[in-house]
Design a protein around this ligand. Structure first.
Ligand code: BGC
Length: 363
């Protein structure tokens, strides 16, 4: 009898611990792990593990917050909007004192953030702005417009657009329409390139120029690849030269270069990117991608940790921009880090000497 009771108890304990381990929660930190709310618990919501950069952002944030004495509830949402909203709800009910959110879709947090505000929980939008909510305390990112202008300027300079008559053939790939950044990247680049499209020096044979037409859902590599495959088949299969492809980031650039490798026969075009993901740096080194924008995720994380620390100590967070980012409910005070141009000539200094990657990772 005693033995049966013991087995029953053991089973109950096992089932309970299985249930507890089933969620997506990957909480770290003593208070959180024991299920107790802690005065030092910070919720960090990241969009997806699919893209290299968010893994780096998440681990940099976790490490730097822990080094500063905080406990961290770090969650990834597999690019699923509803999952991310639930994760943030859980962070609030689990007693997080501050939320750092890199959203999948900036517009989907209205109700949840209202709950946070009610409870006096500060919210920092990480990299991507949280839209249409008055509960967003701060925004920390890289200068997104500048990312776009740097990509546009690169194409302008390499094609010599100021003096050359062209016409040059250009195709355009930007990011997810639910990510506020995508419009800034596209806007910055097109502010440089559009005059040349209007004057006919740049020709977009596919006819896809407007943001909605060149957006890539979820910044997904395959979606970009499929669109580029179709464009090559329709407009460049007869040997027509493609001169440049404006890609807002590396995951779209990867799709574009995959398609070019598979079926484009002409001289290789200029291809832009952003993030300096390993696969793309390798492509830069073997001539398939011309440049990328380097956004050192360590810098962004350390800026956000400074913000967290200031807020948690009851002060104001450091910002350097109080006019650029209106989320629909007002200007969100922001800290903009500076993006840097990277190509095969300076990657060593930027990426290896700085310890971002090892030489071996790029082989
Ligand atoms: C980020 C980029 C990233 C893209 C796709 C944007 O919001 O700013 O660095 O490449 O999302 O994840």
């Amino acid at each position: 009898m005693k033995r049966k009771m013991f087995c029953l108890l053991l089973c109950l304990v096992m089932v309970a611990s299985l249930v507890a381990g089933c969620g997506t929660k990957s909480t770290s930190g003593d208070g959180a792990a024991s299920g107790k709310s802690s005065d030092k618990l910070i919720g960090v919501a990241m969009p997806t593990k699919d893209l290299q950069r968010w893994n780096q952002d998440g681990s940099n944030m976790e490490k730097q917050l822990k080094d500063a004495g905080y406990e961290v509830d770090l969650q990834y949402a597999n690019n699923d909007i509803q999952t991310q909203v639930s994760q943030v709800e859980n962070m609030i009910s689990n007693g997080c004192k501050l939320l750092v959110i890199a959203s999948i879709e900036g517009d989907s947090f209205g109700t949840v953030l209202a709950q946070a505000k009610k409870k006096g929980i500060s919210v920092i939008a990480y990299d991507r702005l949280l839209m249409n909510s008055d509960a967003v305390s701060y925004y920390a990112t890289f200068d997104n417009y500048m990312v776009g202008t740097k990509q546009g300027e690169y194409i302008k300079e390499k094609l010599g657009l100021e003096t050359a008559k062209g016409p040059f053939n250009l195709e355009i790939f930007t990011g997810d329409p639910g990510d506020n950044n995508a419009r800034y990247f596209y806007g910055g680049a097109m502010d440089v390139l559009r005059p040349y499209v209007d004057s006919g020096v740049l020709v977009v044979k596919s006819g896809s120029v407007d943001f909605e037409k060149v957006a890539t859902a979820n910044w997904n590599t395959e979606i970009a690849q499929n669109r580029m495959d179709a464009i090559i088949a329709s407009y460049y299969a007869d040997g027509t030269k493609l001169d440049a492809v404006l890609c807002s980031n590396d995951s779209t650039a990867l799709g574009v270069t995959n398609a070019l490798s598979a079926s484009y026969k002409g001289e290789w075009p200029i291809v832009t990117g952003q993030d300096c993901d390993i696969a793309n740096v390798k492509n830069m080194l073997n001539g398939k991608q011309s440049m990328s924008i380097f956004k050192d995720t360590r810098t962004l994380a350390s800026q956000v940790v400074k913000m967290v620390d200031a807020i948690m100590k009851g002060g104001e967070a450091p910002v350097n921009d109080t006019k650029s980012y209106d989320n629909g409910k007002g200007i969100v005070p922001s800290y903009l880090c500076e993006p840097v141009f990277a190509d095969s000539t300076n990657y060593k200094e930027l990426l290896i000497d700085s310890g971002y990657y090892t030489e071996d990772q790029l082989k």
